[in-house]
Design a protein around this ligand. Structure first.
Ligand code: MV4
Length: 463
């Protein structure tokens, strides 16, 4: 028997049972990918999710704790114990919860389980937004102007850095991300105050006072690039998405490809992302987040998990991203070269949330009636059914409506049709608001920025 390092590495990756450390629609989505790959699934649930259908469609189900996420879906020891009891060889973390927790990825590997995701070290590098930026600059990924080092303590040096960048600047916590721990500084007279406030928040929220400074971009779009990598030095990018339709850092509508971004301008950015993946030895799926303003891309963060909005890229690329992610974790060679990657048509995703249409507060309760749209180019990813009890303990996402059509305009029309065919009764949802948004003229034109949705909501409330 040849004992090459590659063979033994592949053997170490072998598994036939996956514990899915998540709930809701993504647990359903991951189960589907596992079954299609011939893998057995282990579901875990909290007491609130005991009756959830995703538990009965798995090969086994273990209740791991009380309703509060901290005591169940975030309880690392309980999840590792469940994996051991159920004979799982791998853990898929989904998104949220423990998906970007380097300590959990490391603990899983120490327990002899494959963590379906990048290495703990990749997660840690990207978790620290300063080391992430440094890695990107080293790989030639375009970044927002500003140092790839932590801000020093000396006030004069800080002032000099801000002047060099040019006001307005933004102060961000190294341990933050996703909109947490940041503060815009319009001009010099409030610089030190902003730093002091952000530093205290960072110390409390992330356990680290480390901060960095960037040029503040005033009207960017949020464009992201999806990558998939194997353990053998292969990486490809699967195209781009626009996730600018957000409210308070919660994405509401995503689309692929981003409107009006021509291949010529994004091609070198995609290749730089691939180069960064190869340079850091990235494995599995990942997303590079960029701000896009006045024709230029600026890296802000990398997400080291499967994302909520992965379906729009699946629709346009034809790649099953969850299957590809699992196969990469099994040690398979990526069966896709960059030249094979295509972008066919246009896709939109609407996040259907159980929330009050005015206050946006989560709306819990029983779904008394449910109708879901069907038809060509329509996909619904959900875990709910008529009679389902939406729990107040977790994220309010109850379904994702995904459409695909040859052009952006046709995809918008298809989404209007899909939204018209969606009925959820018994709880409040954001469906009326999504229907109105898909009638909006500026959105139909495309290229609306990250502030558009909040401005649109403000105008709508005033009317
Ligand atoms: C920025 C920015 C402007 N300039 N960085 C918010 C989420 C986090 N990922 C980074 N964020 C931003 N960083 C610079 N240098 C504006 C935002 C931002 C934002 C970014 C993407 C999507 C929506 C947003 C809403 C407000 C602010």
């Amino acid at each position: 028997m040849p004992e090459t390092s590659e063979l033994s590495a592949a053997a170490g990756h072998r598994f036939d049972t996956v514990l899915i450390a998540n709930r809701g629609e993504i647990a359903v989505r991951i189960q589907r990918a596992c079954r299609e790959l011939g893998l057995k699934t282990v579901a875990i649930c909290s007491e609130a999710d005991r009756e959830a259908p995703y538990g009965s469609t798995a090969d086994s189900l273990l209740c791991i704790g009380p309703s509060s996420a901290a005591k169940s879906y975030l309880n690392q020891d309980a999840i590792l114990l469940a994996a051991s009891l159920a004979g799982a060889g791998a853990i898929h973390p989904g998104y949220g919860f423990l998906s970007e927790n380097a300590a959990f990825a490391s603990a899983a590997e120490k327990a002899g389980l494959v963590f379906i995701g990048p290495t703990a070290s990749s997660i840690a590098i990207m978790g620290d937004k300063i080391s992430a930026k440094r890695a990107m600059m080293a790989a030639g990924v375009p970044c927002v102007p500003g140092p790839d080092t932590a801000l020093p303590d000396d006030p004069a040096t800080i002032e000099r850095i801000a002047l060099e960048i040019g006001y307005p600047v933004i102060i961000k916590a190294a341990g933050g991300g996703g909109g947490r721990g940041m503060r815009v500084v319009p001009k010099a007279d409030v610089l030190h105050e902003a730093i002091a406030l952000t530093r205290e928040e960072a110390r409390k929220a992330f356990g680290s006072p480390s901060l960095y400074m960037e040029k503040f971009l005033e009207h960017p779009r949020h464009i992201e690039i999806q990558v998939i990598c194997d353990d053998h030095g292969n990486a490809v990018w699967l195209g781009h998405r626009d996730c600018s339709m957000q409210r308070r850092h919660q994405k509401v509508v995503e689309e692929a490809p981003a409107a009006g971004i021509v291949p010529d301008i994004i091609q070198p950015v995609g290749m730089a992302c691939v180069q960064a993946c190869l340079q850091i030895g990235y494995r599995g799926v990942g997303t590079f987040e960029f701000l896009y303003e006045d024709g230029a891309f600026y890296f802000i963060e990398m997400n080291t998990r499967l994302q909520v909005e992965h379906p729009v890229t699946e629709m346009t690329s034809g790649v099953d991203i969850v299957q590809a992610q699992i196969r990469a974790a099994q040690g398979h060679v990526l069966d896709l070269a960059q030249g094979d990657v295509t972008c066919d048509g246009h896709s939109f995703e609407c996040r259907i949330n159980a929330e009050d249409p005015e206050t946006f507060l989560p709306s819990a309760g029983v779904v008394t009636h449910l109708a879901l749209p069907t038809g060509r180019g329509i996909r619904v990813d959900t875990h709910i059914h008529a009679g389902y009890k939406v729990s107040p303990y977790y994220d309010s996402l109850i379904a994702k409506l995904i459409v695909h059509a040859p052009t952006r305009a046709e995809a918008m029309a298809r989404m209007r049709e899909a939204l018209a065919g969606t009925e959820v009764e018994g709880i409040s949802t954001n469906i009326p608001f999504l229907r109105a948004l898909f009638e909006d003229g500026a959105f139909a034109q495309g290229e609306t920025d990250i502030h558009y949705l909040e401005q649109w909501l403000k105008l709508r409330r005033a009317a």
